[in-house]
Write a protein that binds this ligand. Sequence first.
Ligand SMILES: [Zn+2]
Length: 290
Amino acid sequence: MPELPEVETVRRGLAPVMEGAVITAVEARRPDLRFPFPNDFAKRLKGVQIERLERRGKYLMGHLSSEECLIMHLGMSGRFTIDEFHERKSRRNQPTGALAETGNPKHDHVVFELKSARPARVVYNDPRRFGFMDIVPAAEIDSCKHFALMGPEPLSNYFSAASLNDALSGRSSPIKAALLDQRNVAGLGNIYVCEALYRARVSPRRKAGSVAGKRGERLYGAIIDVLRDAIEAGGSTLRDFAAADGALGYFQHRFDVYDREGEPCRNCKSPIQRIVQSGRSTFFCGQCQR
Ligand SMILES: [Zn+2]
């Protein structure tokens, strides 16, 4: 499931063909993904220029010349593929390993035709259809249902050790759950929460409200570092696999604890443990994380 770094990587992959391009046609091949497409979806996008492509949490936002904003969420399995027409032949359907796996065309649900110096077709593929797209007026971006309750963007100035401390203070839920709650901080999911807690040496079971002082500062720093490292890893993956076939989606990062149950902690060598919290696996080191 894509988290902030994966979505940022997708944004960076799409930006060169989307920013500044005019949408000449949109084909939505179904009435819905996770949710129905908004009314007149294709009509509202046709002939409109995408001025900027930004990211907020796990959402992509295309700022449009029509004073609307195209909001896109990848859900669990969404991915974009870029076909560039100036290529001698389309590079589609030449998968080069798991990372570059192109989706089955029967799951191609949305096709954007783009006109610019780099004319392209951008295809959204989503086998499980947990992704969705929406269009909201530019003036209502911050107050729309997707963002109204969303917490600070972790790599922005709105997020700090103090703001994290405020968000956690008094909370009796486990810190793992508090970090997954997008109202406290945007963009984190199961993977990067596990990784940040490990790096901060904080137990996932600890009460959120007790993660304060030095421990809170360590956690703040760990969140930033884990995300920055993953975005950097995504950037290098992008160079490899977008170059190979134009598919943008996921990358396999070297994790310290995530999905490493039973393997030795990279710090103390004790086996990484797995527990289930709120129905989801948590991976951690019982020795290093307190
Ligand atoms: Zn350890």
